[in-house]
Every structure is written in structure tokens, then in C-alpha cells.
Design a protein around this ligand. Structure first.
Ligand SMILES: C[S@@+](CC[C@H](N)C(=O)[O-])C[C@H]1O[C@@H](n2cnc3c(N)ncnc32)[C@H](O)[C@@H]1O
Length: 455
């Protein structure tokens, strides 16, 4: 057997991890003896003689939309996190006001701050998320929203945002909806709207909210009805974060309500942008080893590591020989239709855009594997995939919690793009009408998407 230590380059990331010892049973291709492993490329060396070398990487799946816009990107580099600068972002003193419920680490708040908003009150129940929020953004009230009093404000609030917990409605969870103890929290978001009467409401959630039911009715209808009765004209849209300069395919439902009969402008969802510069390679492969949270990796059990190692770049569990699969996965592979063709152990290609970063960070359920190293993504890498800037540091009890905090967050860049549109609403920007265009005496172009046709 090759020396397990081979391949640890001096100064490489491997050196900063503690080695661990694992027994790989014959079913996993080992000989039952304990071997020393690192979480990075050494693991491949450590087990290379026991026939689990990953297959060759698949061909790079560069999509035409990524290729097409790469020239545009080179000339006008706009990395997802650039808008947040390279150090802690100060709040604008006279910015528009924002109350943030279910704030988590403040992914949404960061985006709003960059667009000129001032978060006057924020709340979350999770002490770890609150620690991270305080470290990077400032004050937050820690506690259960069910027991907390909403603040009294001296002037009308501009925006209230609430990303109530999505696990009850999420496909990645058990989908117990309103029967989950967290499934009724939307009521507190609605209570806050009633108490604070913001000019604009922004609710964020997963797609599963669209099919969740309460007392045999669709929950989304109930939420929209209550917002309507409170005087809000609402729109909702499923938005893919990768269309808004986030290096991740992440579908989220955005509900925006604007106070009716006011001098506010109408809300428009941000226009979709190009995807150049959003591949996994461009997002994480240049990260210096000494960045905060870069040396933090989730510890996996030896079986998960072995399975992950057998997956080539761009592959998934389908590349693992059947006889090396654990019994449970063997069973699923024989009943694919029943399990809806799961893509376990996906290892995205470096030229592809990352899949959704989830709070659970399970090695089999999401694309958590580094494309070219034999390990999962570090905390900093998934923070980048979520568009957090490198100065935003994640704290809390342990690494699992940090993954969870990031997986829960709204990608700050998506929040920023939406916040800019909300500024237009608050400034009362009306859409340009057909007569505005005609006055300009130029031909209409298909790109004139913002046009509002008058009756
Ligand atoms: C989907 S995350 C929100 C992410 C956040 N909006 C962001 O931009 O990063 C939902 C948050 O709700 C919080 N939460 C869950 N139950 C709560 C409760 N009873 N009271 C207050 N916060 C709660 C969780 O701790 C979690 O941070």
C-alpha cells in the first residue's frame, strides 16, 4: 500500500487538517487495516492501492449561456460578492429603514445594506446565527418570535422582510408543512405586517410553499389574502439565484407586497443577468488557504468518504460500482422510479454552476463535494457559492452549525438585486409608458422590456 502521507504538499491545505484514522472494510475496497487519512487529496493516495481510484472526470459541461457571456465577464468583471466590498460594510445613516424577521446570519440584510438600507430591528432564535449576525452586521434581538414584542418605530417603516423557516415546506425536509411546529411561523410574519404597516413587504421561501396546505386550502392563498386585506398589492415569483449573479442554482419564492393607494412605484422583479464567471471553478478554486473559515470541513464517516472518493468530477453515485454500494443504496438503485431517480453523491464539474447549498449538508443529498479534491466544500467555499464576501466570518458552536447557517441564508447578492428594485418602488419610480417611448422618437426594441403598455 502507498504511504498514506504521500501527496500532502508542504503548505497545502492538507497540512492544516488533523489526520484521522479509518478502517475500510473489504466491501469498501479496504483490507480491514487502519489507515491514516486526510480530508484532502491524500485520501486518494491513502486508498489508491485498494482499487477505488475515481474514474476519469467527465467532459466539462460548459453550457452555451455561460460560454457566450464569458467575454462580457472578462471585460467587466462582476464577481457575485464584489458589491459588498472588501471590508465590513457600514450602514447608511439616513438609509431606508428595514425590519428583518427570521434574519439568520443576515444574508438578506447584507444585500439590503449594500443597496442603502438600514436594518433598524432584526430577530432570530438561533444563538449561533445571532453571533454571526452581530459579528458582521450589528445588533440583533435573540429569541423566539412567538415571545417577542415588535419594536415601536418613530416613522413609517419602509421594508419588512421575513424568510420564515422553509424546512416544513422543503423537498429536502419531511414536508410536514403547517403540522411541523415551525409551520405556523408565517402567522407571526403577518402579525408583524399588521403591527408595523411597512410600505413594502418581502417574504422569501422555498418552492414547496406553493403546494403547502392549511385547513384544505393552499397556504399561499391564505398569505396573499391576508396581505391583500392589509392593503398590499402582491406579486410572487420563483426566482433562480443563478440568474441574478449568484454562483448557485437555487430556486426561491419571492413574495413582494406594495402598499396600495400610495405614491409608491410598482415593484418589478430584477431582470435576469448573464451567468459568466459563476462556475464552481471561478468561485472557489483561487481561495487562499488562510481565509477565515477556509480550513473548516464537515467531518464525514469513513463510508461517506469512500463513496465520495469513487465519484469522478461531474459524476454521481451512478459511477460507483454496484458491489461497492451500501445495502440501502443498492436497494434504491434497483427501485429508482419509486425513489424518483435520486442524484446521490453528486460531484459537480468545476465548469458547472453549483447546486443548491442546503442547511443539512448531507454528503448524499446535495452537491457538497469539491470538484477536484477528495473532500467536501469548506465553510468558506460554500459561503462564496452563496455570494457572501470573504470578510463575512461565520461563528457559532461548531462546523455543522456554520454549514447550517450558510445553507439557511438568502444569497446576499440576490437580496441586493431585489433591494435595488425596492428602492425604485420607494422612490416612486413609475414605469416608462408607451407615450414616454414615443416622445423619444426612436423605434421600439424587443429589449425595451420595462415598457408598460397603456390601455
Ligand atoms: C430560512 S432562515 C432565514 C434566513 C435569513 N433570512 C437570511 O437571509 O440569511 C430561517 C430562520 O428562522 C429562524 N427561526 C426559526 N424559528 C424561529 C422562531 N421561532 N423565532 C425566530 N426565529 C426563528 C431560524 O433560526 C433561521 O435562521
Amino acid at each position: 500500500m502507498t504511504q498514506p502521507f504521500q501527496g500532502v504538499q508542504e503548505g497545502s491545505m492538507a497540512q492544516s487538517f488533523k489526520p484521522f484514522y479509518a478502517n475500510f472494510s473489504p466491501q469498501l475496497g479496504g483490507d480491514g487495516k487502519e489507515i491514516k487519512c486526510y480530508y484532502v487529496s491524500t485520501v486518494v493516495n491513502a486508498v489508491s492501492d485498494i482499487d477505488v481510484q475515481p474514474k476519469r472526470a467527465r467532459k466539462a459541461p460548459v453550457s452555451s449561456s455561460i460560454k457566450k457571456s464569458s467575454e462580457e465577464f472578462k471585460s467587466n468583471k462582476d464577481r457575485p460578492w464584489d458589491v459588498f466590498g472588501d471590508k465590513r460594510l457600514k450602514e447608511k445613516k439616513n438609509g431606508y429603514t428595514h425590519v428583518s424577521l427570521f434574519s439568520g446570519v443576515g444574508g438578506l440584510d447584507l444585500g439590503f445594506r449594500a443597496a442603502g438600507f438600514r436594518t433598524v430591528w432584526a430577530n432570530d432564535i438561533d444563538p449561533d446565527a445571532c453571533e454571526t449576525f452581530r459579528e458582521n452586521l450589528g445588533e440583533i434581538e435573540e429569541g423566539d418570535i412567538r415571545n417577542i414584542k415588535f419594536p415601536k418605530l418613530d416613522q413609517q417603516l419602509d421594508v419588512l422582510s421575513a424568510g420564515f423557516p422553509c424546512q416544513p415546506f422543503s423537498n429536502a425536509g419531511s414536508r410536514r408543512g403547517v403540522d411541523d411546529s415551525r409551520g405556523d411561523l408565517f402567522n407571526y410574519a403577518l402579525d408583524a405586517v399588521k403591527a408595523l404597516k411597512p410600505k413594502v413587504v418581502l417574504f422569501e421561501n422555498v418552492r414547496g410553499l406553493l403546494s403547502a396546505k392549511i385547513a384544505k386550502k393552499f397556504l399561499i392563498e391564505e398569505i396573499l389574502r391576508q396581505l391583500h386585506n392589509e392593503g398590499y398589492d402582491c406579486q410572487l415569483k420563483l426566482v433562480d439565484a443563478s440568474n441574478h449573479r449568484v454562483a448557485q442554482r437555487r430556486l426561491r419564492l419571492l413574495i413582494v407586497g406594495v402598499q396600495r393607494d400610495s405614491d409608491l412605484g410598482p415593484f418589478r422583479y430584477p431582470q435576469e443577468k448573464h451567468k459568466a464567471g459563476l462556475t464552481i471553478g471561478e468561485t472557489i478554486l483561487n481561495i487562499p488557504v488562510d481565509l477565515p473559515n477556509q480550513n473548516e470541513l464537515m467531518q464525514l464517516n469513513p463510508q461517506a468518504i469512500m463513496l465520495g472518493l469513487m465519484v469522478p468530477e461531474g459524476g454521481s453515485w451512478k459511477d460507483i460500482p454496484y458491489d461497492k454500494l451500501p445495502e440501502r443504496l443498492k436497494y434504491i438503485s434497483r427501485n429508482m422510479e419509486k425513489y424518483r431517480w435520486p442524484k446521490f453523491y453528486a460531484r459537480f464539474h468545476r465548469n458547472d454552476i453549483a447546486g443548491t447549498v442546503t442547511a443539512a449538508f448531507k454528503p448524499e443529498n446535495a452537491g457538497v463535494w469539491h470538484p477536484i479534491e477528495s473532500r467536501v466544500f469548506s465553510v468558506r467555499e460554500i459561503a462564496r457559492i452563496q455570494s457572501f464576501p470573504d470578510w463575512f466570518v461565520f461563528g457559532g458552536r461548531n462546523i455543522k452549525s456554520k454549514y447550517q447557517q450558510i445553507g439557511n441564508a438568502v444569497p446576499p447578492r440576490l437580496a441586493y438585486e431585489v433591494a435595488l428594485e425596492i428602492v425604485n418602488v420607494l422612490e416612486g419610480h413609475k414605469p416608462r409608458t408607451l407615450s414616454d417611448f414615443l416622445k423619444e422618437k426612436r423605434p421600439l426594441r424587443p429589449s425595451d422590456k420595462a415598457i408598460h403598455y397603456e390601455p
